[in-house]
Design a protein around this ligand. Structure first.
Ligand SMILES: [Zn+2]
Ligand SMILES: [Zn+2]
Length: 351
């Protein structure tokens, strides 16, 4: 079968690999659509970050070259012995988390903060940029009637956004700010609308992304090149937002997010960081503010799909390009590096 494998930065190859062979407790999936994620782009441009290169991943026992793609939907084509959750022909999405099930976090059900955390499509064992892939039964979720495979490919990134909002202290009627409106930031805006935020301020440099944020329901977009986002947010909200979401990973923005909140305000860090970021702790201390980080998601895929049935996280507004697997590098990764107006590019594994 055909699959796209990461060898090293700037070296992803579409090549022929062995098709997975069904085994006990596993589900084999004919992949339909897979999204290219910001973290995929980091792996391509400057990786490895999650990809195992020096030693095999603790759980997948796999090492580069590895098949990429962790945001995907597909059709069940075979199930292993003992599988009861899905059957052949079901449309499914995959929750791509690899967790050990044995560490302290896993034992408390918090598998997304497993000490051996990995991702199907980043840490080995197969991935979505592939004609077929195979995962544990517990990782598949049956899609409800009426959701398209394209919409299914957005469940994983939308789950990150919904998890971040659910772990925040936001209440219906509260005010929020979202710093950075790439794909995840835009999905956070959607999740905040679902949570009943009364005002949502986006902070974004790119004109195209600002327009998309407004289209998805941001109350206003502040361009930090033209005005001070902290002062502007305090002015618009008469004293600061209840919760700010940091979705850029840019050091100076963390401070802006914290300072944009009101007293007892909360900042949720959604980004993964490449460097340190400095803050003035007094800005937290003197207003009794809180700063909290989140990673991935847990126990949330079914809720995301229910919200999608109500029209949240719409693929028709977020998907800006559709390509075939053969073109994943030239028309996918390379395009995302160059074109800021792209939001989500989906790759079809069967064309
Ligand atoms: Zn992702
Ligand atoms: Zn664990």
């Amino acid at each position: 079968m055909k699959a796209a494998r990461w060898y090293k930065p700037k070296d992803i190859r579409v090549e022929t690999v062995e098709e997975p062979v069904i085994s006990q407790g596993k589900v084999k999936i004919k992949v339909q659509w897979t999204g290219i994620c910001g973290s995929d782009l980091h792996e391509y441009a400057a990786g490895p970050i999650f990809i195992p290169v020096d030693q095999p991943h603790y759980l997948s026992k796999d090492i580069a070259p590895i098949i990429m793609g962790h945001e995907f939907s597909g059709e069940v084509v075979e199930v292993g012995e003992g599988v009861t959750k899905v059957k052949v022909g079901d449309a499914v999405v995959v929750e791509p988390i690899l967790a050990c099930g044995e560490c302290a976090a896993c034992k408390k059900g918090k598998y997304n903060i497993c000490i051996h955390l990995g991702f199907h499509g980043l840490s080995g064992g197969g991935g979505g940029f592939s004609e077929y892939t195979m995962v544990d039964e517990k990782m598949v979720h049956k899609m409800p009637e009426g959701l398209s495979y394209e919409q299914g490919a957005l469940v994983e990134p939308a789950a990150v956004a919904l998890h971040s909002v659910r772990l925040s202290k936001i209440k219906a009627g509260d005010k929020a700010a979202v710093f950075g409106t790439g794909p995840i930031g835009l999905l956070v805006i959607e999740a905040l609308r679902a949570a009943g935020a009364s005002e949502i301020y986006a902070v974004e440099l790119s004109e195209e992304r600002a327009a998309k944020a407004l289209e998805l329901g941001a109350s206003a977009v502040i361009n930090p090149q033209n005005e001070d986002p902290i002062a502007r947010i305090h002015e618009l909200t008469n004293g600061g937002v209840d919760v700010a979401f940091e979705v850029t990973g840019i050091p100076v923005v963390l401070k802006q997010a914290i300072d944009s909140t009101t007293f007892e305000g909360e900042t949720i860090i959604v980004s993964i960081w490449e460097s340190e970021a400095s803050i003035q702790p007094n800005n937290i201390v003197l207003a009794e503010r809180t700063v909290k980080g989140i990673i991935a998601y847990r126990d949330i895929f079914p809720a995301v799909m229910e919200l999608m049935k109500q029209g949240y996280f719409p693929a028709d507004k977020l998907v800006t390009k559709r390509i075939g697997l053969d073109d994943v590098v030239t028309e996918g990764f390379e395009t995302l590096m160059k074109e800021k107006n792209q939001i989500k590019i989906l790759v079809n594994s069967q064309s």
